[in-house]
Design a protein around this ligand. Structure first.
Ligand code: FES
Ligand SMILES: [Fe+2]
Length: 327
């Protein structure tokens, strides 16, 4: 899925230095120009393949570490020192640049075909000042499909996260109740998903939903008490086909200044993900099978089945050079 926006890093992480980043095996580096505008360029000089991130920043440009060619934020070469300052620049002296946008505290990069850039939809909690966001990052040796499905999967909770769902919990799943649109799958989770369940939150007191937004965003929202809510946001970035970086936010709209809650919520999220990791990393095949008959499904897997249908359709469209997933 190349024609999509993926998180490269937190906005706050890109300051004065260049930052290396890989998205779907495309090696990039990011930097900010003198105005603070972020740029994402391929990390390979068109002259002799040097790693541009080993070079230097000079004003709005980057200088290659090998022979000093200078490139601007659009990837255009502006100076070849060995030819002197007045020489013309060969046509091919360009570095591929990728569209970048900053939203919800992240830098998003589009590594696909630039004319297929689409709008990025984010959950409102990422930009609402009422919400406190505690960031975390984890990396798994897993394919994006298996990670998405593990979050959509309510029947694994008593087995992978027993302490979160309770020791004597009945593993029978009611439903789950869910809805699907072109871009989204929304599940009403019962029992509550452990990413958002806390001792403050008992099952009868509210509801918990898991929302997947195509192709790589998940948010788990839980009502706490009297309008207070907690949420866990996950943005999945495939570093390669087999490795994923999960940029997460532990979110809440109450006691925003209480640092102790930051720590508890952070620990909770990282711990729960670490319970999933060894299981999800060893699933085979690494990518969820596109043929539905290749694995056995039961009723509680219905949201994952819908995801596979969505994924397969988008992949077919991308392979045909079509519009990809539109909604
Ligand atoms: S390899 Fe970059 S200038 Fe020669
Ligand atoms: Fe899990």
């Amino acid at each position: 899925m190349r024609n999509e926006w993926y998180v490269a890093c937190r906005s706050a992480d890109l300051v004065e230095e260049m930052l290396e980043c890989s998205i779907l095996s495309t090696e990039l580096f990011l930097y900010r120009d003198a105005e603070g505008v972020a740029h994402a360029l391929h990390n390979q000089c068109p002259h002799r393949g040097a790693r541009l991130s080993q070079g230097k920043l000079r004003g709005d440009c980057v200088v290659c570490p090998f022979h000093g060619w200078v490139f601007d934020g659009s990837g255009r070469c502006t100076l070849i020192p060995a030819n002197g300052p007045h020489a013309s620049i060969p046509q091919g002296a360009k570095v591929m640049s990728c569209p970048v946008q900053e939203a919800g505290g992240y830098l998003w990069v589009f590594v696909g075909e630039p004319h297929r850039v689409k709008e990025l939809q984010l959950p409102f909690e990422l930009t609402d000042p009422e919400w406190r966001a505690v960031p975390f990052v984890v990396e798994w040796e897993a394919h994006l499909t298996r990670v998405v499905e593990s979050v959509l999967d309510v029947s694994h909770l008593p087995f992978v996260h027993p302490e979160s769902t309770g020791t004597d919990v009945n593993p029978k799943v009611e439903g789950p109740e869910f809805s699907v649109t072109e871009q989204e799958i929304v599940i009403v989770a019962k029992p509550y998903h452990p990413l958002v369940r806390t001792p403050l939150n008992e099952e009868d007191n509210g509801s918990s939903t898991i929302t997947f937004t195509w192709p790589n965003q998940l948010i788990l929202r839980t009502d706490m008490f009297e309008g207070n809510q907690m949420a866990t946001y996950l943005a999945l970035t495939p570093v390669t086909e087999a490795q994923i970086r999960i940029h997460g936010l532990a979110l809440r709209n109450f006691l925003q200044d209480t640092e102790a809650i930051d720590d508890i919520h952070y620990e909770h999220n990282v711990t729960v993900l670490e319970q999933d990791r060894p299981v999800v990393e060893r699933l085979r095949p690494k990518r969820s099978p596109l043929e539905l008959t290749q694995e056995v499904h039961i009723r509680s897997d219905a949201p994952q089945v819908r995801y596979r249908i969505m994924y397969r359709k988008a992949l077919e469209q991308e392979q045909q050079g079509g519009e990809g997933h539109e909604g």
